[in-house]
Design a protein around this ligand. Structure first.
Ligand code: SF4
Ligand code: SF4
Length: 452
């Protein structure tokens, strides 16, 4: 099954599933707010409440607003949309909540209603459609974007644009993002297009499939490469299904659940013949695990989505659980670890990446206070809400220990945002994915063997 242009068009609105003032299909799940007892234990965990001190920008406030629309007390209008879209979808409140209220899931469902009732228009609508519908779901366009960025960096254009300050014609936050653009390399999906199976080094113990991601493979293909190296070194044959697509997280976060469902269906089909789907981007992994939520009204696809999501595993958890070769070469460095929200709060993966980092000889781990506090990246939040994202980043950077050389984490969005934090606040730290450091240790070990 492949995604066609026509699949991306919005289906006509359905008005039969009315719930209070929610008039559109794919209603928010009443069970998600039923358990909220308004205790407020989630308030302190919420970065937007920390910044504003306003109840409507807290998890409890948002749950109350969403419920009020279902009760017909509030309309789906801009005043409702503002606090719902100002949420970072960081899931810290879900961890804090003693009643397990899935605030993040509820927020996404409410956004789906808002975007059907109030579609984005003007330049915001055009930009959103261009990237969400026109670029991310299409590998060939992503590869073109990767080639353009590579040309921009290698041709000297980047140097000229920076030197002449021509770059400053862009909005401020885009200029800041350009400054932290990683060195773009060939996407692994393109590189291994005809590879079939990338064979394990030595005896094959398992076969896994890799989700290459869209942002990950364009901006951080070296992390995908490191992931393949680490997997094959540990007895895994690796498959990269060529009909896989974007996970849909950015679409679902933006309220476009229909496109999210179409992308989900394509991925479910693309990975149907494998037992394990390995993901190295926390946001994508969390989305893949939550595919069943997109099919609450479609039992057939819900069943398929449940089967699929049970196969999804973050790379750090997979290595930790199945066993991996402990590196022998020393990498003498002081590091700190940032918990990506969608890994810690979204998937409950906290200790595994820390254990992997600590298994590298020479690595000294420095504790980061509030390590699982959002960095402000949150998909495209730092583009849609630059001021709040900046305030959240500032708060995060205050917790990053000064005396470390590396900040490690497991999500590309966080890596870009933290790189921006390092640049803005005059720090001098490298941003490294957990699996990259492990790969470096293996490579060092191999090169030392060659010298002997
Ligand atoms: S979401 Fe959870 S923690 Fe927050 S007020 Fe409701 S029950 Fe309490
Ligand atoms: S998901 Fe994050 S930003 Fe949104 S309400 Fe919960 S804690 Fe606040």
């Amino acid at each position: 099954m492949s995604l066609r242009e026509s699949d991306l068009k919005q289906e006509p609105a359905c008005t039969i599933n009315r719930l209070g003032n929610y008039l559109w299909s794919d209603l928010p799940d009443e069970n998600k707010w039923a358990d909220c007892v308004h205790c407020g234990m989630c308030l302190e965990s919420c970065p937007t409440y920390e910044q504003t001190g306003q109840e409507q920008h807290s998890p409890r406030g948002r749950v109350h607003l969403i419920k009020s629309v279902a009760e017909g007390k509030l309309e789906v209008n801009e005043a409702f949309a503002d606090p719902v879209f100002a949420c970072l979808d960081c899931r810290a409140c879900t961890t804090a909540c003693p009643a397990d209220v899935d605030v993040g899931g509820l927020i996404e469902e409410a956004r789906g209603q808002i975007r059907q009732a109030l579609p984005l228009t003007g330049w915001k609508g055009a930009v959103s459609r261009f990237f969400l519908e026109g670029v991310f779901p299409h590998p060939s366009r992503l590869h073109l974007l990767s080639s353009l960025l590579k040309f921009y960096q290698k041709s000297g254009l980047q140097k000229v644009a920076r030197k002449t300050r021509l770059i400053n014609i862009m909005p401020k936050h885009l200029v800041e993002m350009e400054a932290i653009l990683p060195k773009v390399k060939q996407p692994v999906r393109k590189k291994y297009k005809h590879a079939g199976v990338i064979k394990a080094k030595g005896e094959t113990r398992r076969t896994v499939a890799l989700l290459t991601g869209c942002v990950m493979d364009v901006m951080f293909s070296d992390i995908n490469e490191a992931t393949i190296n680490v997997l094959t070194r540990n007895g895994n044959d690796v498959i990269i299904p060529q009909n896989q697509t974007c996970c849909g997280a950015l679409h679902v976060h933006a309220g476009d659940r229909e496109t999210g469902r179409k992308l989900a269906k394509q991925n479910i089909e693309a990975f149907k013949d494998v037992d394990r789907v390995i993901v190295n981007a926390a946001g994508c992994g969390c989305m893949l695990k939550e595919y069943p939520e997109l099919f609450r009204e479609d039992p057939k696809w819900r069943e398929k989505a449940e089967k699929f999501s049970s196969k999804v595993e973050d790379i750090s958890k997979y290595l930790h659980d199945t066993g991996y070769e402990k590196p022998k070469a020393e990498i003498k460095t002081r590091i700190t670890y940032h918990d990506a929200c969608h890994l810690a709060h979204g998937q409950g993966v906290r200790q595994e990446p820390r254990d992997i980092l600590l298994s590298i000889p020479g690595v000294e781990m420095v504790h980061m206070p509030n390590a699982d506090r959002c960095c402000g990246s949150a998909g495209i939040y730092n583009i849609t809400h630059p001021e709040m994202a900046e305030a959240v980043l500032q708060s995060k950077m205050q917790n990053v220990p000064e005396d470390v050389e590396i900040i490690s984490m497991g999500n590309p969005g966080c890596m870009l945002q933290m790189a921006m934090g390092v640049l803005k606040y005059g720090r001098n730290q490298k941003i490294v994915h957990t699996v990259q450091l492990l790969d470096w240790a293996y490579q060092k070990e191999d090169s030392l063997k060659e010298v002997k």
